[in-house]
Design a protein around this ligand. Sequence first.
Ligand code: A3P
Length: 899
Amino acid sequence: MPGKPRLSSTSSLLCLTTLPRICPVKKFKLTRLILGGSLLLGAVLLWLSYNAPFSNSKSAGERNSPPVPHLECQGRAQSIYRDDIGIPPRDHDSDAKMRINNHVLVLVETQYSRLGQEIVAILEAARIKFRVEPTGKSLPYLTHMDKGKFGVIVFENLEAYTNMDKWNRQLLDKYCKEYHVGMIIFAPSKEDGILSSQVEGFQLYIHTNLVLKDYKINPHSNILRLTRAGETWQGDLPDEDWTVFIANHSTYQPLAYASIRMTDHYSYDSVGEDVKQVVVLQDLGLCDGIQRVFFGNGFKFWLHRLLFLDSLSYLSHGKLSLPLERYILLDVDDIFVGRNGIRMHADDVEAMVLFQERWQKQIPNFHFNLGFSAKYFHHGTPEEDLGDDRLLEHKSKFWWFDHMWQHTQPHKYSNQSHLEADMAKNCKFAQERGIPVEWNYAIAPHHSGVYPIHEQLYEAWKKIWNIKVTSTEEYPHLKPARHRRGFIHRGIKVLPRQTCGLFTHTLFLNQYPGGRQRLENSIRGGDLFQTIVINPINIFMTHMSNYGSDRLALYTFESVFKFVQCWTNLKLLSAPPTVLAEKYFSMYPEEADPFWQNPCEDPRHREIWFKNKTCDRLPRFLVIGPQKTGTTALYSFLSMHPAITSNAWSPETFEEVQFFSGNNYYKGLDWYMQFFPPPVPGTNISQNYLFEKSASYFDKERVPMRAHALLPKSKLICILISPVKRAYSWYQHMRAHNDSTALRYSFYEVVTAKDDAPKALRDQRNRCLVPGMYAQHIDRWLQYYNVNQLLILDGELLKTNPVIIMHKVQRFLHIEPYFDYSMHLRYDSKKGFYCQVVNGDHTKCLGRSKGRKYPPMDSESEKFLQQYYKRHNVALSKMLHRLGLETPSWLEEDLRNFE
Ligand code: A3P
């Protein structure tokens, strides 16, 4: 029977241990009978316990018999930090963390293996940095400048660790010992696995393919931090392929146990069902100096996510600990909005107040955060209008925020003053009724205008409401939720928003989409619970209708808060949105910087984007630089082509837009798109092939990432000349612009400046030399773009034979019609360069700032720079060879100079 346990030749080992012997069930009819009876009884009891609290529920559609959250922790535990055995959550901090980095190395079977992807998903959700490597390959560098690069090593498969080749295994173990780096190792069952075996090199046995139930955590384990022991997860565990660990050495300590479950296929004769099997095991490292945590199953069982996070914290000496505070903000969007029959009644409002008071004891400062669209005040049935009145009677008990006067999506306003006027109406309503709205927070209906950005919304929010914080589930995308992040735009902090499974039409538990058990699962260890576990700051979206009918929001959140209390040491708190935003960006400062994507790439984004905007007002290729290699000449030649249109000139930076490389980026997408002509009237399509050239893009750290986020399909062109000549041309350029440092220091002084030189000189040196390290910059672009999206041009050839170059460019772009540049470019002996032919016989050359006359470079500097760039040129040559790209003649020459 594939996938099921079978007797193994090594099963006699088990006698030494607590593991039961497994036999085919047919031999044990009595056991089966008893089991059958108890299962039936169990099922009845379970049904009763589950349904009893709902027994007074009326059928779906009727009001006033909402389900009651009935979940209780076992044991006494009343306060958040209660612990039945009196052990507070561990602080894993130790000095060892000073020697390691905060990255996790994940060693997977393949890039696509399921467990590997789940490990990555948890790390991403927790914002823990990681590197994934398939096992079997050589290990990545483990140290850097006497610091361990990885704080924890995770093996997706125990066998991959034990079967590692000797050299790699020694290297890894030595690293772990020396830097006190621990390992997390999963021990999945093999389909046709041996029932039991000794783990090679360990005083440890495993038994695979087991079916288990009733999970319990060892309260004495020093790994526990956010996981709280004291409860038993009663019932069957998912999967029928658990691995359990058997050990008789004191280096091994159980972290979690479960019991064997009898199934139709098997019973266990030597021990009863109740014998505890170790399913997560800690190795204290007493035998070989390496601490490990072994998991007998992956993440299908929800508690393993928590134990995994705790293991990361413990094994990294606190370097990867998540905080224990969880902030909760519960937004109720669209108060007053909703069709008749699903709005709140007065008693629903009273229930809300009651729950809020109750929750405040557990969650300091908790307030429902009500988003109102005042136009719909008193738009319900008479009973529902009384509900609106009751909300206002209790207005000071809640926090309130603007949700647009008539719930219109902001991106639908083309006119700034209309948008502001509607906002002002909502504001006036709040003022007249004395509604407390001092929280500088607003939510846009359907997230419209927040991302993708509708600048008018930000403008109006600032002007009418002085908004400082908002939240959305759309940045960068709705799915996957674990990728949601925050950003800051025009001083407004945008926080990620979480969904809880309740939407406008989720009204009754019995009618919950997919069945009520689905919601229960989400609460009990599933999505909703895990959202709170992984996110230190949670802003949840709910709707007014979730507080009427079955009051599902009250039920759901009270249940999940209790579940959090039962199973975790997390402390729930709340705070006004501005405080949350401060905390969020101090925790994740790297997120403050937004990145803009093409709104047409995501159907949801396209839906909430201003209808007159088009994604065809973006470039199809970029000339990325670097500076002083002939980029302006290429720009002007490209602009001559009848099918190509360049960006418009900028008043500040002339022919360059410099969007991705500097502060212009913060001006947003609308600003960038102004540089490109709108599409042909009546269509959404640009007539021409649009492009943009900014020479500063080539070497700036964040540009490839930003450019790729917006223009993933764009082509890229860069031009290279000898970095030595480029550096000199740049220096001359700075002198021509009267740069004081360039005027003060000679070229030689600039390029040879030491690290203790004055800052201005060091900066000048870096700006002069860094762009010429071509290989490393190209490498960064290729981390985002495919090599066939990149064209590297020989800048020397552009000077001497631009027709060849332009022919190459046209082929690369697949552009039509073909433009014969030989008819349109001519060498101008006065200028010393090729220029555009105009009016038949005249030429139009680039201005004086291009193709300058200056003295030749001194030989000392040249010698110094040839040496300086040697390794960069070698790297470039290797890279071009590897990528199958042509080697430009200047590079061959530069390399020959050093042979
Ligand atoms: P120099 O002025 O030092 O000679 P960029 O436009 O990227 O800043 O590059 C300027 C360089 O382009 C000039 O540097 C010049 O050598 C080179 N160039 C190439 N073709 C040219 C052309 N047709 N006209 C003017 N300069 C050209």
